[in-house]
Design a protein around this ligand. Structure first.
Ligand SMILES: Nc1ncnc2c1ncn2[C@@H]1O[C@H](COP(=O)(O)OP(=O)(O)OP(=O)(O)O)[C@@H](O)[C@H]1O
Ligand SMILES: [Mg+2]
Length: 149
């Protein structure tokens, strides 16, 4: 089973002057341990695809079709509380302006470890090495998700 499956995803924005089909039938999978990059010109829907995976597309935008499965579970059918449990712990997003979300004087691995530390009660210290070995399994575009753990 793929870690993440996105199937025929459609996320549209309903504006006064019509509908913007920001994401219109995107499909991809990410296996555990795999790194997937999504490439496209500005405005082609990379960020909206990532936001959809976290179910963070807000009005006037809406996911209108498709399926998003994380470890086989349908994210689009989850309650807000179930989604909240996943966000930051199992799936997180590094937002587009890295200067505002990342500290340029710290290594990225340290900062990912820090995020896990702040979301989970782990009994042992979360080292960067531990993150590399066990936790971080995929990064795509500006989103990273992790499996195992
Ligand atoms: N809140 C919003 N309201 C209306 N339209 C939006 C909104 N957010 C995004 N869009 C539209 O969705 C489309 C996809 O935008 P998106 O931000 O996903 O592009 P992107 O590929 O991430 O671009 P970039 O490389 O510049 O980051 C664009 O046409 C954009 O105008
Ligand atoms: Mg973007």
């Amino acid at each position: 089973m793929a870690l993440l499956e996105v199937e025929n995803l459609k996320a549209h924005f309903f504006g006064r002057r019509g509908v913007t089909k920001a994401v219109d039938g995107v499909s991809f999978t990410v296996e555990k341990g795999e790194i997937v990059g999504i490439v496209g010109e500005s405005g082609s829907g990379k960020s909206v695809t990532s936001l959809s995976v976290l179910r963070l597309v807000d009005a006037p935008g809406k996911i209108v079709d498709g399926a998003i499965r994380f470890e086989g579970r349908d994210l689009l059918a989850m309650s807000r509380e179930e989604m909240r449990q996943l966000r930051g712990r199992r799936i997180s997003m590094i937002f587009q302006e890295p200067g505002t979300s990342m500290n340029p004087v710290r290594k990225v691995g340290f900062q990912i470890a820090e995020a896990i530390r702040s979301h989970e009660r782990v009994r042992h210290p979360v080292s960067t090495r531990w993150v590399h070995q066990r936790q971080v399994v995929c990064v795509w575009g500006s989103v990273m998700a992790r499996g195992g753990g």
